[in-house]
Write a new protein. Structure first.
Length: 132
């Protein structure tokens, strides 16, 4: 027969989390000023719940404290993510990022229906660029 955990009721646990964030290549003075090639943002999302989630929206927003007008925003959809699965969402169309000494990055995975623990759905970072 089918093994059913006694801890689970009829309703499974829905929980998505942003685990980590990285730039590829890394956001650096040399990268922003000299090479000026496109930089991709990688967001690591994990399904820490017990249900497969579908059409999960992941958002990224890069802003500049000293230039309130400048905001880069992108959204991406994860078609399906199984329980315990980790997926890397790549935002590759950020375009040319103007050079500033500091950036503020916010990434979030939209809550799914029935998700109650939202504390791990988003992360915010302050990024300082040091001149080499």
């Amino acid at each position: 027969g089918q093994f059913v955990s006694p801890l689970r009721g009829s309703e499974g646990l829905h929980n998505l989390a942003v685990m980590a964030v990285d730039f590829d290549p890394p956001l650096s003075y040399e990268q922003l000023i000299i090479r000026r090639q496109a930089i991709a943002l990688l967001v690591v999302v994990e399904n820490t719940g017990t249900e497969t989630e579908r059409d999960v929206m992941v958002r990224a927003q890069l802003s500049v404290p000293e230039d309130p007008e400048f905001v880069l925003e992108q959204e991406s959809v994860v078609a399906s993510i199984a329980p315990g699965e980790v997926q890397i969402v790549r935002f590759s169309r950020l375009g040319k990022i103007p050079f500033h000494r500091a950036y503020h990055l916010e990434v979030a995975v939209e809550p799914v229906d029935g998700e109650t623990d939202l504390s791990d759905n988003s992360k915010a970072f302050d990024i300082q660029i040091h001149q080499e």
